[in-house]
Design a binder for this molecule. Structure first.
Ligand SMILES: C[S@@+](CC[C@H](N)C(=O)[O-])C[C@H]1O[C@@H](n2cnc3c(N)ncnc32)[C@H](O)[C@@H]1O
Length: 500
């Protein structure tokens, strides 16, 4: 392992190298141990990449990148550093198969680098389209929209309500439910340009959480004590002799949609103005497809990419369709469609069912059954994965994992990622580099080194492992795991591979 500071040497070796993968030496860990020994030499504990740079924190105040408040995003700074390190130039093509708010794609666009992006969430398309039009907006038109919204008043007798799904029922004060519908209808029927209307839609999406009784908080939506859900739950607890809930969210006075929408539009206006005034538009193509990377990647030709910079969903049970329920409901995605969308996610929730049959059908339909078989063989041959799956099954029998969906999730996660890695290998030109930002995880006392296992799979596919940047700040464990199995710090890493 390369060390950064002389004085840190013993500390770093202890802190970032996993010493024990299976709490209380419960299960087999030899495959994980030998993989750790093998790859620790290419690990660099990095000063260049911080916890902030792999999260949305740095983008919060970043011109353009702040247009969609996407907490799962990484920073423009991280993408810039990696583009530099990979020596990617204007005219090259970079891919992000999990674009999210489009950080990779937009940084590329601003540097004249072509890019391709996929994501299954409809917000992604709206945000990326809005941002990539930054040089095309007519500032006079945006100004006119701001003035018109400022003058607009919802009629007293207006009684439409913004669409909702089960989990968002009662998410807004009654008047706000109507106000959202009113402004959405106004935007839909206005005569402004298509790109300006899409920009207003993005600002509406960004306003929803602020005007609601909810707050995005890690894996869940938290609810204000005044919301219908919380009121009903308090009544239920009181009736059944249970103590009132202690942790209550109080969002204070909620602003109106009009107030927040105006703020959003004004801040976007400032960004457009400064980008149009102070930067030069570089020639490049940004191609975004709203779709599942697992099914889209096999459709592309060989040797087209100079690099990949991405961050897949982490293997941490995080459900994007729940966190973004307000935004999805606003976009008229019904309960049924949300369930489908959840299944489209790279397996990262306990509800995900195996997709292997659909993947196989897709490869067959594309006349690529051989590729499918070869990739599957790599997965089946990997000893570390077999050990992880076996240990988790044993843990489950031992009562250490309370939801069998975890086993399915881990198995599906690595299976699906291997298909992604294999397709990236095919799409990359010789010399192209691939960077994946990801977190290691722990379930039932078993440490799963997503960074090293992924690197091993990538190597089996044909990539050369180059380095694994590990962040100085590591991740803790859930309180249940800590109580039962003690604490093991988990790496947050950026893995870098090269196509020879
Ligand atoms: C960690 S986020 C990426 C954030 C992104 N780097 C950014 O800066 O905004 C992972 C993304 O993967 C998307 N995703 C999940 N499963 C997918 C799939 N099967 N195909 C394409 N995108 C998917 C999620 O919707 C989410 O936006």
């Amino acid at each position: 392992m390369k060390q950064l500071h002389l004085f840190d040497i013993p500390l770093i070796a202890d802190k970032w190298q996993v010493q024990n993968f299976s709490a209380d030496n419960f299960g087999e860990q030899s495959a994980r141990m030998s993989l750790e020994q093998k790859l620790i030499d290419i690990m660099i504990v990095s000063d260049d990449f911080s916890r902030q740079s792999v999260s949305y924190q740095l983008s919060k105040n970043d011109c353009l990148h702040r247009w969609l408040k996407y907490k799962e995003g990484f920073s423009a700074d991280l993408v810039k550093k990696l583009l530099r390190e990979f020596e990617i130039k204007a005219g090259d093509t970079v891919l992000d198969p999990f674009s999210g708010s489009g950080t990779t794609n937009l940084v590329c666009k601003m540097q004249g680098i072509n890019s391709i992006g996929f994501d299954i969430l409809p917000m992604s398309k709206i945000a990326i389209e809005a941002k990539q039009s930054v040089y095309e907006y007519d500032l006079k038109e945006i100004n006119q929209i701001i003035s018109e919204i400022d003058q607009l008043e919802m009629p007293e007798n207006y009684n439409k309500r913004t669409p909702y799904i089960n989990i968002t029922d009662g998410a807004y004060p009654k008047n706000t439910e109507k106000e959202i519908a009113f402004f959405a209808e106004w935007n839909k029927n206005s005569n402004y340009s298509k790109s300006a209307k899409n920009l207003v839609m993005l600002c509406m999406l960004n306003s929803l959480e602020k005007v609601s009784y909810t707050a995005k908080d890690g894996q869940f939506l938290r609810w204000d004590y005044r919301s219908k859900k919380m009121r009903e739950s308090s009544e239920y607890r009181a009736k059944n002799g249970k103590k009132p809930l202690v942790i209550r969210l109080d969002k204070g006075n909620l602003p109106t949609l009009k107030q927040v929408l105006l703020e959003e539009l004004k801040s976007v206006f400032v960004d457009i103005n400064s980008i149009q005034k102070y930067t030069r538009q570089e020639e490049s193509e940004l191609k975004f497809v709203e779709g599942n990377a697992l099914y889209e990647l096999p459709k592309y030709g060989d040797n087209i990419l100079s690099g990949v910079i991405t961050s897949p969903p982490y293997c941490n049970r995080y459900d994007y369709t729940r966190t973004y329920a307000l935004e999805l409901a606003y976009l008229e995605i019904t309960d049924e469609k949300i369930k489908k969308l959840r299944q489209e996610l790279l397996s990262c929730t306990v509800e995900n069912k195996p997709k292997i049959e659909y993947i196989k059908e897709n490869y067959e339909a594309l006349g690529k059954k051989k590729d499918f078989d070869n990739i599957l063989k790599i997965i089946e041959k990997n000893k570390t994965l077999a050990e992880v799956n076996h240990s988790l099954a044993e843990r489950s029998i031992n009562g250490d994992i309370n939801n069998r969906g975890v086993l399915r999730m881990i198995d599906g996660y690595f299976t699906e990622l291997t298909f992604i890695y294999a397709e990236l290998f095919r799409l990359c030109k010789s010399g192209a580099k691939v960077a994946f930002v990801n977190d290691n995880v722990r379930y039932g006392g078993e440490v799963i080194s997503v960074d090293f296992i992924s690197t091993e799979l990538a190597e089996q596919i044909g990539f050369k492992p180059v380095k694994v940047y590990s962040l100085k700040q590591q991740k803790g464990n859930s309180s249940q795991q800590m109580a039962k199995f003690g604490r093991v710090a988990l790496r947050k890493s950026i893995t870098v591979w090269e196509k020879p």
